[in-house]
Design a protein around this ligand. Structure first.
Ligand code: ADP
Ligand code: MG
Length: 284
């Protein structure tokens, strides 16, 4: 099937995000007839029913579809956290099914950053340590280099002044920024985000979307599962799933810019209330 992903896979996409592996021209993500079945007892449920999909470096793709349509199942496979029951999946030309598990983990750690709806941060651990964690698991860098990378990643998402805060001391939007910093700490060429704005109010969601768009503009490939129209409209391509199948796959002719949508919003109520003492008289 021929798909037109528009002009979005522009030249800035080459060698994006510090990823290794030179000027391959094939897709970064290539799924062929991918199925995924879950078994419970005698019952087998097919969550993915034959997905064909190619995503090239430099795209920003939204995946939409009703709850239960298979979006997260697909993301796990794309992100090398799970394997198809049948069909083929190639990540940057590599067949992970042919690799031993440690090599898959290494590939995933180096090339893919994950962002989830629920943030998945360690609650009683400073932001800096949360961000450092993937580097600790990989064990390739010394303590000082890990700190520097984690600091840089937190600064990149605008949290230079919150590095010692625990997630419980941060707002939802700030927690998601920490999670994005953690996803960025290895400078991966691919970011997979599963409903990253699902737990955030609309302004904060737009801020996170604007950040994802910046990361895309820097050359990273972004795949984002979303229920939000705005996220889809700010992508370069929208893939819709229904009952484990792709039912549409379309380029977005002129993707919106989250930063512009943000600028057009009325000022946040927090700003109005900021000067007010908490407790009595704090409400307006
Ligand atoms: N671990 C699992 N075991 C059994 N069924 C599952 C499992 N994970 C997902 N499913 C089922 O697969 C379908 C797709 O789930 P999911 O990929 O999470 O959908 P979405 O992310 O689009 O809401 C759903 O019907 C869900 O109940
Ligand atoms: Mg899901």
């Amino acid at each position: 099937m021929e798909r037109d992903a528009g002009d979005s896979s522009g030249s800035h996409a080459q060698n994006a995000g510090g990823g290794s592996g030179g000027a391959r021209s094939g897709p970064l993500i290539a799924a062929e007839r991918v199925t995924r079945s879950y078994r419970s007892g005698d019952l087998e449920f097919q969550a993915l029913k034959g997905i064909d999909l190619a995503i090239h470096a430099g795209e920003m793709v939204s995946i939409i579809g009703a709850s239960g349509s298979g979006k997260s199942t697909l993301m796990y496979i794309l992100g090398l956290l799970d394997r198809p029951t049948s069909g083929n999946y190639l990540f940057d030309g590599v067949n992970p099914a042919a690799l031993p598990p440690p090599a898959v983990a290494e590939l995933r750690g180096a090339r893919i950053g994950f962002v989830f709806q629920q943030f998945h941060l360690l609650a009683r651990t400073p932001a800096l340590d949360n961000v450092e964690l993937p580097l600790l698991y990989q064990g390739a860098l010394g303590a000082r280099a890990r700190r520097t990378r984690a600091r840089d990643a937190l600064a990149r998402v605008g949290l230079a002044d919150r590095m010692r805060h625990h997630p419980t001391q941060l707002s939802g939007g700030q927690q998601q920024r920490v999670a994005i910093a953690r996803a960025l700490v290895n400078d991966p060429p691919l970011i997979l985000a599963d409903e990253p704005t699902g737990n955030l109010d609309s302004r904060t969601g737009l801020e996170i979307l604007a950040l994802l768009q910046e990361l895309h503009a820097e050359g990273r490939t972004i795949v984002v599962v979303t229920h939000e129209q705005e996220v889809a409209r700010c992508s370069s391509r929208v893939i819709a799933l229904r009952d484990g199948r792709v039912i549409s796959d379309r380029p977005v002719p002129e993707p919106g810019r989250a930063a512009e949508l943000l600028a057009a919003l009325p000022p946040p109520e927090d700003a109005l209330a900021a000067g007010a003492p908490s407790g009595a008289g704090g409400r307006r």
